[in-house]
Write a protein that binds this ligand. Structure first.
Ligand code: FAD
Length: 548
C-alpha cells in the first residue's frame, strides 16, 4: 500500500461540495489489495481503537449525497480507488465467475464488461459514480426496466470485516455459501448500501447470467416552455403533462420495458420542462437496425402527438440535469421540432450511447431526496409539487432545482420484496427531488450557510407538502402501521436523506429512514445482521444503528 502520500484537499471532498472532511489529523489509507485493507484496519485498531464507531470511513467514487464520508468526525479514510481487479476467476468450483474490484467507476465497468464480454450491468448512467457505494446500494440505471437492478445479478462479494472474532479479515460470501452467517451477509450486501458491515473489495457475477448489451439505442427529448405566450403553464397543464408522461412511459407491459424516460419537472427559474427518452434494441430481439429505426420513428411520432395535444412542444434546447446531466441537443437528431414538427432520434451503438449519457454534471452543492410510487402520482401531490416548482425564494437560485420522475418497474418488479434488502418491487415511477447550487469565489472548504439553509428549506418543504397526507414522507406500501391504501413505497438508500431519519438532532429517528429504505421486515433482518457482523461499529454513519 502506498505510504506517506500527503493528504490533500482532493481527499477531503467529493461530488457534493456541501461536505468537507476538515479534521487536520485525517489519515488516508490507499489500499491496492484486500490484504492492504486488513492492514489498514489493524493499524487503526492498534493505534486508535477509540476511532472505531464513527471516525473511520470508506471512500470510492465520492458521490454520496449526504456527509457520511466527508465530515468533521472523519479521522481515517480507506480509499478503495486502487482496488482494480478484473477478469474471470474460479470460485466455488465454478470457472465462469467475473470479478470486478470495487474501486472502479461506472464508465470503466461498462467498457470492460462490453469490450471483454459483450455484457453489461443495469447500473447508473453517470460515469464517475464509484462501484464501491453504488452497486451495494442497488445500482439502478436506464436499463433497469429492461434488466432489473444490478444487485439482482451479484453472485458474491469479497468483503473485509471485523465480526468481533479475531480481528479484521477478508472473506468471500456468495449465494452458494454454506454458513448461514455468510448467506446473511450476502443477502444484506445486495442493497444495504455502502459504509456498513465492511469494506467491499470485489464484486462477483456469473458470466452467463449477465445481461447481454443491447445492440443499438436511440435517444430523444421533449421540452416545454414554462411561459406559454404571455401566460405561465397552469397547474392543470402541468398535471396533464405528468399524467401523459406516466401513461406513455410507465406502462408495465413487457414490450415497453425497452423504453426508459424521465420527466424533468424543472423549477420555473430554469425556463423549461423536459422529458428525455431512450429506446433500446435488446440483444437477440430479432429486430434489424433498419426495422429498429422505423419503430423508433413511429414511437416518437406517437409520443409527439400525445404531448402536443396537452401543451405544444418547444423547439428550443431544454435543460436535462440530474441523471443523466446533458443538454437536450445531445439527445435529439439534427432535425428540430421547428423543422419537422417533432423531435428526431439519435442512434448509437450501446457503448457509444452509454458514453453519450454519462454526464455527471459538475461538482456543486446539492441536496437530493427520493420517493417510489406504485401508481399514477396523486392529484394533491402534483398540486403541491406545482406550488413548489413555481415558488421562488429571495436570495437563492433555483434554476437547477427539479423533481425528476423516472419510468420504473418492468424487470425490476419480477422478484419478491424480501429477496434483496430493496423491497420496492412493484413501483412504476421513481421520483428524485434535487437542487444544486454554486458558490462562486469560495474555497472547497467553504459554504454559504444562509444559502444552504434556504435551499434545504425549499426542497424539504416541497417534499413534505407533497406527502402531507402521510405525515410528510412517502410511506411504504406494506407498512403494518398504515391502514389506508397508499400509493407510495418509501425511498432509495443510494439517494440518502438525513431528513427522513438519522442520528442528527432535529430529524426523525433513524428507524423511520430504514423503514422507508428497506420496509419493516427487511429492516429488522438487516439490523440483526449488521449488529452480528459489525459489532464494534467499524463502518457507520449518521444513518446507521451502530453509530456511536
Ligand atoms: C452525479 C450522481 C449520479 C448518480 N447516479 C446514480 C444512478 O444513476 N443510479 C443510482 O443507483 N445511483 C446514482 N447515484 C447515487 C450513487 O449510487 C450513490 O451516491 C453511491 O453511494 C455512490 O457511491 P460512490 O462509491 O461513488 O460514493 P462514495 O461517496 O465514495 O461512497 C458512498 C458510500 O458508500 C461507502 N463505500 C464506498 N466504497 C465502499 C466499499 N468498497 N465498501 C463498502 N462501502 C463503500 C462510503 O463509505 C459511503 O458511505 C448518483 C450519485 C451522483 C452524485
Amino acid at each position: 500500500m502506498p505510504e506517506n502520500v500527503a493528504v490533500s484537499a482532493s481527499d477531503r471532498q467529493g461530488f457534493d461540495r456541501r461536505f468537507y472532511a476538515n479534521n487536520p489529523d485525517l489519515t488516508v489509507f490507499r489500499p491496492t489489495s484486500s490484504q492492504d485493507v486488513v492492514a489498514a484496519m489493524q493499524s487503526i485498531a492498534a493505534n486508535d481503537p477509540a476511532a472505531v464507531g464513527h471516525k473511520v470511513q470508506i471512500a470510492c467514487g465520492r458521490h454520496c449525497y449526504e456527509g457520511f464520508v466527508y465530515n468533521s468526525d472523519t479521522k481515517y479514510m480507506i480509499d478503495v480507488t486502487g482496488l482494480r481487479q478484473f477478469g474471470t476467476v474460479s470460485l466455488n468450483d465454478r470457472t465462469d465467475v467475473v470479478c470486478i474490484g470495487s474501486g472502479y467507476g461506472n464508465w470503466d465497468m461498462y467498457r470492460m464488461m462490453q469490450n471483454v464480454y459483450g455484457k453489461t450491468l443495469p447500473a447508473g448512467s453517470c460515469y464517475s459514480v464509484g462501484l464501491g457505494g453504488h452497486l451495494t446500494g442497488g445500482g439502478y440505471g436506464v436499463l433497469s426496466r429492461l434488466a432489473g437492478l444490478t444487485i439482482d445479478y451479484i453472485y458474491g462479494f469479497e468483503v473485509v470485516m471485523d465480526n468481533g472474532q479475531g480481528g479484521p479479515e477478508a472473506k468471500v460470501v456468495t449465494r452458494d455459501s454454506t454458513e448461514q452467517q455468510d448467506l446473511d451477509i450476502y443477502w444484506a450486501l445486495r442493497g444495504i448500501g455502502g459504509g456498513q458491515i465492511g469494506v467491499i473489495t470485489k464484486y462477483y457475477f456469473v458470466l452467463g447470467e449477465l445481461p447481454t448489451s443491447p445492440s443499438l439505442m436511440a435517444t430523444t427529448s421533449f421540452g416545454w416552455d414554462w411561459d406559454q405566450a404571455s401566460t405561465r403553464l397552469t397547474e392543470q397543464q402541468f398535471v396533464d403533462l405528468v399524467n401523459t408522461f406516466y401513461s406513455i412511459f410507465c406502462s408495465q407491459d413487457e414490450d415497453t420495458w425497452k423504453v426508459w424516460a424521465a420527466f424533468h419537472a424543472n423549477h420555473v427559474e430554469s425556463g423549461r420542462l423536459s422529458c428525455p427518452a431512450i429506446i433500446f434494441n435488446p440483444a437477440n430481439s430479432g429486430v434489424s437496425d433498419e426495422e429498429f429505426r422505423q419503430e423508433v420513428d413511429l414511437l416518437i411520432s406517437d409520443w409527439t402527438e400525445k404531448f402536443n395535444a396537452v401543451v405544444p412542444l418547444t423547439a428550443e434546447d431544454h435543460p436535462i440535469n440530474g441523471h443523466p446531466c446533458i443538454s437536450s441537443r445531445s439527445l435529439i437528431g439534427i432535425a428540430t421540432p421547428e423543422e419537422t414538427g417533432q423531435p428526431a432520434a439519435r442512434f448509437f451503438s450501446y457503448i457509444d450511447g452509454t458514453q453519450q449519457l454519462n454526464g455527471s454534471g459538475e461538482n456543486q452543492h446539492g441536496k437530493y431526496k427520493s420517493a417510489y410510487h406504485n401508481f399514477i402520482i396523486e392529484a394533491q401531490m402534483l398540486s403541491a409539487m406545482y406550488k413548489g416548482l413555481t415558488t421562488s425564494v429571495e436570495g437563492i437560485d433555483l434554476s437547477q432545482a427539479r423533481v425528476q420522475m423516472d419510468s420504473y418497474g418492468g424487470k425490476t418488479n419480477e422478484i419478491g420484496s424480501g429477496e434483496t434488502p430493496i423491497p420496492q418491487r412493484s413501483s412504476t415511477v421513481k421520483l428524485q427531488y434535487q437542487t444544486y447550487w454554486k458558490t462562486p469565489g469560495m474555497l472547497p472548504c467553504q459554504t454559504d450557510k444562509e444559502v444552504e439553509e434556504k435551499q434545504l428549506d425549499w426542497i424539504n418543504t416541497m417534499y413534505s407538502n407533497v406527502y402531507a397526507a402521510t405525515g410528510g414522507i412517502p410511506v411504504n406500501q406494506n407498512n403494518p402501521a398504515v391502514d389506508d391504501v397508499v400509493t407510495t413505497d418509501g425511498c432509495y438508500f443510494n439517494y440518502p436523506d438525513i431528513y427522513i431519519g438519522s442520528r442528527v438532532e432535529e430529524t426523525p429517528d433513524v428507524e423511520q429512514a430504514w423503514e422507508l429504505y428497506f420496509g419493516s421486515a427487511n429492516s429488522e433482518r438487516l439490523q440483526k445482521i449488521a449488529a452480528e457482523c459489525n459489532p464494534s461499529g467499524w463502518f457507520t454513519n449518521s444513518q446507521t444503528f451502530q453509530y456511536k
